[in-house]
Design a binder for this molecule. Structure first.
Ligand code: UDP
Length: 319
């Protein structure tokens, strides 16, 4: 049996990863989460599976496990700017840094492979476009996003040091904006905000002029990338960009969602959050070369699936 530990396993990416990996009967999964920004509803159907186990735990604290672990996916961290900043900022840094250290210690003890979910935020406000892995980024180390950006940068540094010093089998991926089913409807990120606003015919809230860009990757593509990175036979440790290079500005993104939902929503402009990156687009040549990976699902199909998910969610919850 291949024993896999997924931290943040009840979150958006984590729950999608659990669902995918459990399909293989050779895998058994331990899902670790403190549910600070996630819900057990995301994984409720998995509890009946004897190859699935949930442990409520905060990765800031070390953990000992009796059973031998083969693979660790370290995904635990709040990921929405609204939730990782402000009063949660110190907790975010601690989750990134202590979480990485504690999971690396576990990997070292178990001889497990370990993958770190890093982020495109390590590039900050980029001077290089599209962003490739050799670009060292332009992060404001004292800004409101630093808790996340610097936390993840420090986690990367720990991963590379454990690899150099203890030969821990590490992998680091830098995840660009990802969307899809099981995103939290109220985490303040652009995809759930716009879709829910459009479905309810409420105003669509664009921050700033909407000319800032993002590149959105559908979650199934991203999950395939994570698994191939973990399993890559070359023992390539990264860092590796995972994302969809299709770039769109936020204004056009809002118009696309209005069109796909057939909504009567109007667009309104609100102030731009501090340090909001102006542009973001992954260079994925390395992922193509090393993993033969590239996204398969286009933005229209991905958004239709996500709109369906949120539409059912709203009906179920009377939101
Ligand atoms: N954004 C927006 N309206 C919203 C939520 C977000 O215009 O209701 C913008 C935000 O300012 C940013 C982009 O959408 O430029 C993506 O924001 P998100 O919080 O999803 O992720 P980020 O890439 O900033 O971490």
């Amino acid at each position: 049996m291949n024993k896999i530990l997924i931290t943040g396993g009840a979150g958006f990416l984590g729950s999608n990863l659990c669902r995918k990996l459990i399909q293989d009967e050779n895998n058994s999964i331990i899902c670790l989460d403190n549910n600070c920004t996630s819900t057990l509803d995301n994984i409720k159907e998995l509890f009946q599976n004897p190859r699935f186990k949930f442990i409520k735990h905060n990765v800031i604290n070390p953990i000992k496990l009796d059973e031998n672990i083969n693979e660790i996916y370290n995904l635990a961290c709040p990921a929405s700017p609204v939730l990782y900043q402000g009063k949660n900022a110190i907790f975010t840094t601690m989750t990134c840094v202590y979480g990485a250290r504690n999971m690396l210690e576990l990997a070292k003890e178990h001889g497990a492979k370990i993958l770190q979910a890093s982020t495109s935020e390590v590039y900050g406000e980029p001077f290089v476009h599209p962003q490739n892995e050799s670009y060292r980024g332009n992060v404001n180390p004292i800004g409101v996003r630093a808790c996340y950006d610097e936390g993840k940068r420090c986690a990367e540094s720990l991963f590379f040091d454990y690899n150099r010093i203890y030969e821990t089998r590490t992998r680091v991926v830098r995840i660009f904006n990802t969307y899809g089913p099981y995103m939290s409807c109220d985490d303040g990120r652009v995809v759930p905000n716009f879709i829910i606003q459009a479905l309810k015919n409420d105003d669509i809230t664009i921050y700033g002029n909407g000319l800032q860009t993002r590149s959105f990757c559908y979650v199934d593509d991203l999950i395939d990338g994570l698994i191939s990175m973990m399993r890559n036979s070359e023992n390539f440790i990264g860092p590796l960009n995972l994302g969809n290079p299709f770039e769109i500005n936020i204004l056009d993104f809002a118009k696309l969602i209005i069109e796909l939902t057939n909504s009567n929503s109007k667009i309104v402009h609100l102030p731009m959050p501090k340090d909001d990156p102006t542009q973001r687009k992954p260079d994925i040549s390395l992922a193509k070369e090393k993993l033969n990976w590239s996204p398969k699902i286009n933005i229209q199909d991905g958004l239709r699936n996500t709109i369906n998910y949120f539409s059912n969610f709203i009906k179920g919850s009377k939101l």
